[in-house]
Each structure stands twice: as structure tokens, then as C-alpha cells.
Design a protein around this ligand. Structure first.
Ligand code: SF4
Length: 308
């Protein structure tokens, strides 16, 4: 066994730590984790961790969510700079000003926020959704209320299509999902006419329009599970997701859709976590997510939205 993997496994036992990893982490990190999942599954898993330390291999808002939902634990993130372009596109002060403007104009609305957002933004929200539960939550918003959906305009547009609810959409997007090349996707489909295109709802409408299936990462895995005979899947989401697909369903072939500007189209924020800084954060028990006063209100919203 590789030395660093052995070292991490020993440190994990010695420090009584649980490693949670998002599907967009490199395969070597997913392999060593105690639990892999999408944002919803990881948030729920964080509430059940019994060890005193959680090491969260994902990005900042995910580790923050784990801390909010399990406050007595020490939550570590291997690199505190692991951010998210989508979360950055909706600063809390800008959202608060926009909500105030809507109220002054006598608009009755509820704010539905994608989990890819800071705790400060969650604390200004009525609901927090993931791509896995968004449809169900949107249906809970009373019909007489408008919906302000933040921060992902593409997921918002998709939800408008599937629920029939018109929304006020914040102008944010994910830097990975926004730049898939439609030209490359169509060329791949031409080469593999019997393939199935799977796209994440964070993708723009032009990519979704050429996809046979649109869903979050967990939904993609559930879809693949229904295919018994070897199939070609063209995948429009962060390409590390294919490690999980290959691991669970090795009988199929998976083809990543390249980005317009970058052939691999990996998330640079997720890529900040490495085996080396995972080991170091176990040794030093830092960087740590520390409690912030806005976590109290964010906890209420998260618990109501994701756990009840
Ligand atoms: S893939 Fe997109 S939404 Fe996910 S962490 Fe990276 S930038 Fe954020």
C-alpha cells in the first residue's frame, strides 16, 4: 500500500476521525473516505458521525454545512481556500439588499437557496435545496408567494421547467458546468449514437436540451443502476464523478464532455484537496471551520429543509 495512504489510515484511527468526501474529489481521496456522496447525502451523513473529528474533503460551504449540522464536532477542511464560484456569485450583503428592495416594492416572496452558498446566505433564506430535493421543496412554497431562487440561474431555469413555477433568478453559475462544449457533445453523440447523455441541472439549457437524462450526481448513479447491458454514457458533470461511476458500474463505458476552454474541465476548488494536505490536516487538526453567529439561523433553515 502507498505510504501516504497508510499514514492517513493510521492517523484516522489514532485521531478518531471520519473522512467525508464529495463525488467531485479525486478517486484516491474518495477511495480512502469513510463516506462518499453528493451534497445532500454528505449533509445527512455529517449529522450521524460519532467520532470527535470530521475531515471534510469537498469545498468550504460543504464543510461549513457539516459544522452547522453537527456543532459539537471538530470539522476540518484540508484547504480553507477550497471555495466555489457559484457560492461566490451571491455575496450575503448583496442578497440582503436585493431582498430589501423586493420588500419595499411590496413583493411577497420566499428565498429558496441552493446549498452551494455561504452560511450567511443560507441564514437569509427560507429554504435550502440540493439538486436531489429541489423539486420537492419548490412544491412546498405556497402558490401565492413568488420564489427568489439563488444563486444558480441554470438550476433555477431547470426547476422552472420541471415545476412550472416562475421564479426570480439570481445571476450566478458554476464555472465547471457552465462551460461544457455543445459542439464536442454533439460530435461525441454522432460517434456514439446509442449512447446516453447524462447532464447535471447546473448545466445551461443548451446542454440539457441534448441530454437524455438531467439530474444530480446521486440521481445519475441511480439511473445508471437501471442499465444491465454495457452502455456508453456521455457525462456532463465534474469528471471525477466518473471514478464513482466506474467503481460501482464497471460494465459500462463513460465519456466526459470537455469544456470550451479546458479539456479536462475539473473543478479547481475541489482539486485543492490532496492526499498530502489531507494527511497534514489530520496531523495538525487544522484548518478548522469555526462557529460563526450566522450559523444559528442557517441551522434552522438547513434542518427544516434537509433533515425533516
Ligand atoms: S463544481 Fe462548480 S458548484 Fe461544485 S464546487 Fe466547483 S465551482 Fe462550485
Amino acid at each position: 500500500m502507498n505510504d501516504i495512504i497508510k499514514e492517513i489510515q493510521e492517523l484516522k484511527k489514532q485521531k478518531k476521525a471520519t473522512i467525508l468526501a464529495h463525488y467531485y474529489q479525486e478517486g484516491e481521496i474518495q477511495e480512502i473516505a469513510d463516506f462518499n456522496g453528493d451534497s445532500l447525502a454528505l449533509a445527512r451523513a455529517a449529522t450521524k458521525v460519532e467520532t470527535p473529528i470530521i475531515v471534510f474533503c469537498g469545498v468550504h460551504f460543504m464543510a461549513e454545512t457539516a459544522k452547522i449540522l453537527n456543532p459539537s464536532k471538530k470539522v476540518l477542511l484540508p484547504d480553507l481556500q477550497a471555495g466555489c464560484s457559484l457560492a461566490d456569485s451571491c455575496p450575503a450583503d448583496k442578497l440582503a439588499r436585493y431582498q430589501e428592495m423586493l420588500r419595499i416594492n411590496d413583493r411577497k416572496f420566499q428565498t429558496v437557496t441552493y446549498i452551494n452558498s455561504t452560511a450567511a446566505v443560507k441564514s437569509l433564506s427560507d429554504w435550502v435545496v440540493t439538486s436531489g430535493n429541489a423539486e420537492n421543496i419548490v412544491k412546498k412554497v405556497p402558490a401565492e408567494m413568488e420564489i427568489l431562487f439563488v444563486p444558480d440561474r441554470h438550476l433555477g431555469q431547470y426547476l422552472e421547467e420541471v415545476t412550472g413555477r416562475k421564479m426570480i433568478l439570481w445571476d450566478g453559475a458554476c464555472m465547471v458546468h457552465e462551460i461544457f462544449s455543445l459542439g464536442d457533445l454533439l460530435a461525441m453523440k454522432k460517434k456514439l449514437p446509442s449512447s446516453m447523455v447524462l447532464a447535471h441541472p447546473e448545466c445551461p439549457a443548451n446542454i440539457r436540451a441534448y441530454s437524455e437524462f438531467v439530474g444530480g450526481t446521486e440521481a445519475m448513479l441511480n439511473k445508471i443502476a437501471t442499465f444491465k447491458t454495457p452502455t456508453d454514457f456521455i457525462v456532463a458533470t465534474e469528471p471525477n464523478m466518473m471514478w464513482q461511476m466506474e467503481n460501482r458500474f464497471p460494465q459500462h463505458r463513460y465519456h466526459p464532455v470537455p469544456g470550451i476552454t479546458c479539456a479536462c474541465n475539473k473543478c479547481p476548488h475541489m482539486g485543492r484537496n490532496t492526499l498530502e494536505n489531507l494527511r497534514d490536516c489530520l496531523i495538525n487538526e487544522t484548518p478548522e471551520i469555526v462557529w460563526d453567529p450566522c450559523f444559528d439561523r442557517a441551522k434552522e433553515v438547513l434542518t427544516r429543509s434537509l433533515l425533516n
